[in-house]
Design a protein around this ligand. Structure first.
Ligand code: SF4
Length: 237
Protein backbone atom coordinates (compact mmCIF):
# COMPACT_ATOMS: atom_id res chain seq x y z
CA UNK A 1 0.00 0.00 0.00
CA UNK A 2 1.17 3.52 -0.62
CA UNK A 3 -0.15 6.99 0.02
CA UNK A 4 -3.82 6.88 -0.93
CA UNK A 5 -6.08 9.69 -2.05
CA UNK A 6 -8.85 9.91 0.48
CA UNK A 7 -11.88 8.32 -1.13
CA UNK A 8 -14.09 7.76 1.92
CA UNK A 9 -16.60 10.32 3.06
CA UNK A 10 -15.59 10.59 6.71
CA UNK A 11 -13.56 13.83 6.44
CA UNK A 12 -13.81 15.66 3.11
CA UNK A 13 -11.00 17.99 4.23
CA UNK A 14 -8.53 15.07 4.41
CA UNK A 15 -6.73 14.67 1.07
CA UNK A 16 -4.82 11.41 1.69
CA UNK A 17 -4.55 8.47 4.06
CA UNK A 18 -1.59 6.28 4.91
CA UNK A 19 -0.88 3.32 7.18
CA UNK A 20 2.33 1.75 8.43
CA UNK A 21 0.52 -0.43 10.94
CA UNK A 22 -0.97 -3.80 10.16
CA UNK A 23 -3.02 -6.10 12.36
CA UNK A 24 -6.24 -5.69 14.29
CA UNK A 25 -6.90 -2.44 16.15
CA UNK A 26 -6.72 -3.21 19.88
CA UNK A 27 -9.86 -1.20 20.69
CA UNK A 28 -12.19 -3.68 18.94
CA UNK A 29 -15.12 -1.26 18.61
CA UNK A 30 -18.30 -3.13 17.73
CA UNK A 31 -19.17 -0.72 14.90
CA UNK A 32 -15.69 -0.62 13.30
CA UNK A 33 -15.94 -0.59 9.49
CA UNK A 34 -12.32 -1.73 9.16
CA UNK A 35 -12.93 -4.84 11.25
CA UNK A 36 -16.20 -5.50 9.39
CA UNK A 37 -14.41 -5.35 6.04
CA UNK A 38 -11.74 -7.68 7.34
CA UNK A 39 -14.36 -10.21 8.43
CA UNK A 40 -15.96 -10.02 5.00
CA UNK A 41 -12.72 -10.34 3.02
CA UNK A 42 -10.57 -12.41 5.38
CA UNK A 43 -6.80 -12.28 5.23
CA UNK A 44 -6.43 -8.52 4.81
CA UNK A 45 -3.97 -6.05 6.30
CA UNK A 46 -5.89 -5.29 9.47
CA UNK A 47 -6.31 -8.65 11.15
CA UNK A 48 -3.97 -10.68 13.31
CA UNK A 49 -1.13 -9.44 15.47
CA UNK A 50 0.00 -5.84 15.30
CA UNK A 51 2.99 -5.36 13.05
CA UNK A 52 4.77 -2.76 10.94
CA UNK A 53 5.01 -2.78 7.15
CA UNK A 54 8.58 -1.62 6.60
CA UNK A 55 8.10 -0.62 2.99
CA UNK A 56 5.59 2.03 4.06
CA UNK A 57 8.38 4.05 5.70
CA UNK A 58 9.76 4.74 2.22
CA UNK A 59 6.56 6.43 1.01
CA UNK A 60 7.01 9.95 -0.37
CA UNK A 61 4.40 12.16 1.31
CA UNK A 62 4.95 15.10 -1.03
CA UNK A 63 3.76 18.58 -0.05
CA UNK A 64 0.61 20.54 0.78
CA UNK A 65 -1.45 17.52 1.74
CA UNK A 66 -3.65 16.75 4.71
CA UNK A 67 -2.81 13.14 5.53
CA UNK A 68 -4.77 10.98 7.98
CA UNK A 69 -2.14 8.70 9.50
CA UNK A 70 -3.12 5.16 10.60
CA UNK A 71 -6.79 5.62 9.74
CA UNK A 72 -7.37 1.85 10.10
CA UNK A 73 -5.94 1.54 13.59
CA UNK A 74 -5.14 3.68 16.63
CA UNK A 75 -1.52 4.81 16.61
CA UNK A 76 -1.64 5.69 20.32
CA UNK A 77 -3.36 2.57 21.63
CA UNK A 78 -1.53 1.11 24.62
CA UNK A 79 -0.55 -2.00 22.64
CA UNK A 80 1.44 -0.04 20.04
CA UNK A 81 5.14 -0.04 21.04
CA UNK A 82 6.53 3.43 21.70
CA UNK A 83 9.33 2.90 19.21
CA UNK A 84 6.80 2.26 16.42
CA UNK A 85 5.02 5.53 17.26
CA UNK A 86 8.32 7.43 17.20
CA UNK A 87 9.27 5.98 13.82
CA UNK A 88 5.88 6.75 12.27
CA UNK A 89 5.89 10.33 13.56
CA UNK A 90 9.48 10.78 12.37
CA UNK A 91 8.40 9.66 8.89
CA UNK A 92 5.72 12.38 8.95
CA UNK A 93 8.19 14.95 10.30
CA UNK A 94 10.54 14.22 7.40
CA UNK A 95 7.85 15.46 4.96
CA UNK A 96 7.26 18.69 6.83
CA UNK A 97 5.17 20.56 4.26
CA UNK A 98 2.05 18.54 4.99
CA UNK A 99 -0.54 18.65 7.72
CA UNK A 100 -1.06 15.33 9.54
CA UNK A 101 -4.26 14.15 11.19
CA UNK A 102 -3.66 12.01 14.28
CA UNK A 103 -6.90 10.58 15.63
CA UNK A 104 -6.97 8.49 18.77
CA UNK A 105 -9.28 7.25 21.49
CA UNK A 106 -6.25 7.07 23.78
CA UNK A 107 -5.57 10.80 24.06
CA UNK A 108 -3.79 10.30 27.40
CA UNK A 109 -0.92 8.49 25.72
CA UNK A 110 -0.60 11.15 23.06
CA UNK A 111 -0.46 13.85 25.75
CA UNK A 112 2.28 11.92 27.58
CA UNK A 113 4.28 11.64 24.37
CA UNK A 114 3.94 15.35 23.64
CA UNK A 115 5.94 15.96 26.80
CA UNK A 116 8.61 13.47 25.70
CA UNK A 117 11.56 15.18 24.04
CA UNK A 118 12.65 11.93 22.39
CA UNK A 119 9.66 12.13 20.02
CA UNK A 120 10.08 14.06 16.78
CA UNK A 121 6.67 15.49 15.87
CA UNK A 122 5.69 16.77 12.43
CA UNK A 123 5.76 20.55 12.04
CA UNK A 124 2.02 20.66 11.37
CA UNK A 125 -0.44 18.19 12.82
CA UNK A 126 -3.88 18.13 14.37
CA UNK A 127 -5.31 15.80 16.97
CA UNK A 128 -8.78 14.32 16.93
CA UNK A 129 -10.67 12.05 19.25
CA UNK A 130 -13.97 10.25 18.97
CA UNK A 131 -16.62 10.80 21.62
CA UNK A 132 -19.64 8.83 20.44
CA UNK A 133 -21.57 9.69 23.62
CA UNK A 134 -20.99 10.81 27.20
CA UNK A 135 -22.32 7.37 28.24
CA UNK A 136 -20.51 4.07 28.06
CA UNK A 137 -21.91 1.70 25.41
CA UNK A 138 -20.71 -1.88 25.06
CA UNK A 139 -19.95 -1.32 21.35
CA UNK A 140 -17.06 0.89 22.52
CA UNK A 141 -15.21 -2.40 22.97
CA UNK A 142 -11.86 -2.10 24.74
CA UNK A 143 -11.39 1.62 24.06
CA UNK A 144 -10.88 4.05 26.96
CA UNK A 145 -14.15 5.36 28.37
CA UNK A 146 -15.58 8.60 26.96
CA UNK A 147 -14.88 10.22 30.38
CA UNK A 148 -11.19 9.36 30.06
CA UNK A 149 -11.05 10.59 26.47
CA UNK A 150 -12.66 13.95 27.23
CA UNK A 151 -10.56 14.42 30.39
CA UNK A 152 -7.35 13.88 28.46
CA UNK A 153 -8.59 16.02 25.59
CA UNK A 154 -9.02 18.86 28.09
CA UNK A 155 -5.43 18.29 29.27
CA UNK A 156 -4.30 18.50 25.67
CA UNK A 157 -6.11 21.83 25.24
CA UNK A 158 -4.71 23.19 28.52
CA UNK A 159 -1.07 22.23 28.04
CA UNK A 160 -0.82 22.29 24.23
CA UNK A 161 -3.27 25.00 23.10
CA UNK A 162 -1.21 25.57 19.95
CA UNK A 163 -2.09 22.08 18.67
CA UNK A 164 -5.31 22.19 16.60
CA UNK A 165 -7.75 19.64 17.96
CA UNK A 166 -11.19 18.39 17.07
CA UNK A 167 -13.82 15.99 18.39
CA UNK A 168 -15.78 13.57 16.25
CA UNK A 169 -19.14 12.34 17.49
CA UNK A 170 -19.46 9.43 15.08
CA UNK A 171 -21.22 7.11 15.12
CA UNK A 172 -23.38 9.12 17.49
CA UNK A 173 -24.75 6.92 20.28
CA UNK A 174 -27.53 7.79 22.68
CA UNK A 175 -26.32 10.48 25.08
CA UNK A 176 -27.37 12.91 27.81
CA UNK A 177 -27.51 16.18 25.95
CA UNK A 178 -26.80 18.61 28.80
CA UNK A 179 -23.74 16.67 29.93
CA UNK A 180 -22.34 16.09 26.44
CA UNK A 181 -22.79 19.76 25.53
CA UNK A 182 -21.03 20.75 28.76
CA UNK A 183 -18.14 18.37 28.03
CA UNK A 184 -17.64 19.84 24.57
CA UNK A 185 -18.02 23.44 25.71
CA UNK A 186 -15.41 22.87 28.46
CA UNK A 187 -13.01 21.01 26.15
CA UNK A 188 -13.07 23.82 23.54
CA UNK A 189 -12.19 21.83 20.40
CA UNK A 190 -11.49 23.92 17.30
CA UNK A 191 -14.43 22.19 15.65
CA UNK A 192 -16.54 19.06 15.92
CA UNK A 193 -17.93 16.58 13.41
CA UNK A 194 -21.18 14.75 14.01
CA UNK A 195 -22.12 11.62 12.12
CA UNK A 196 -24.43 8.66 12.33
CA UNK A 197 -23.81 4.96 11.72
CA UNK A 198 -24.21 4.26 8.03
CA UNK A 199 -23.63 0.51 8.14
CA UNK A 200 -26.76 -0.68 9.93
CA UNK A 201 -25.12 -1.89 13.13
CA UNK A 202 -28.35 -1.50 15.10
CA UNK A 203 -26.76 0.89 17.61
CA UNK A 204 -28.57 2.67 20.44
CA UNK A 205 -29.04 6.05 18.81
CA UNK A 206 -30.48 9.36 20.01
CA UNK A 207 -33.70 10.76 18.58
CA UNK A 208 -33.95 13.80 16.32
CA UNK A 209 -34.89 16.23 19.11
CA UNK A 210 -31.84 15.26 21.15
CA UNK A 211 -29.52 15.65 18.19
CA UNK A 212 -30.95 19.10 17.49
CA UNK A 213 -30.38 20.08 21.14
CA UNK A 214 -26.76 18.95 20.78
CA UNK A 215 -26.26 20.89 17.54
CA UNK A 216 -27.86 24.03 19.01
CA UNK A 217 -25.96 23.75 22.30
CA UNK A 218 -22.57 23.30 20.64
CA UNK A 219 -23.28 26.14 18.23
CA UNK A 220 -24.35 28.41 21.11
CA UNK A 221 -21.04 27.61 22.83
CA UNK A 222 -19.28 29.08 19.78
CA UNK A 223 -17.83 25.79 18.56
CA UNK A 224 -18.08 25.25 14.80
CA UNK A 225 -19.62 22.06 13.51
CA UNK A 226 -17.58 21.30 10.44
CA UNK A 227 -19.52 18.34 9.22
CA UNK A 228 -22.84 16.69 9.80
CA UNK A 229 -22.50 13.29 8.28
CA UNK A 230 -25.35 10.87 7.59
CA UNK A 231 -27.55 12.62 10.16
CA UNK A 232 -30.59 12.88 7.91
CA UNK A 233 -31.70 9.35 8.75
CA UNK A 234 -31.84 10.24 12.47
CA UNK A 235 -33.17 13.76 12.02
CA UNK A 236 -36.12 12.43 10.03
CA UNK A 237 -36.89 9.64 12.48
S1 SF4 B 1 -10.61 2.75 17.25
FE1 SF4 B 1 -11.26 2.99 15.12
S2 SF4 B 1 -10.02 1.51 13.97
FE2 SF4 B 1 -9.92 0.93 16.13
S3 SF4 B 1 -11.53 -0.63 16.40
FE3 SF4 B 1 -12.38 1.39 16.95
S4 SF4 B 1 -13.34 2.16 15.08
FE4 SF4 B 1 -11.94 0.49 14.49
Amino acid sequence: MSLKKSAGNMYPWVTHTHSHLRGGCPHRCGYCYVQAMERKFSGGHYTGPLRLEEKEFKVNYGVDRTIFIEHCNDLFADDIPGDWIRRILAHCAEWHQNNYVLQTKNVGRLVQLLANRAVRWPLKFMVGTTIESNRWHDVMGKAPTPQLRIGNFKRLRSYWPQVPAFITIEPVLDFDDSELIEWIAMARPDFINIGADSKGHGLQEPDAAKIMRLINGVTAAGIPIRQKHNLDRLLKS
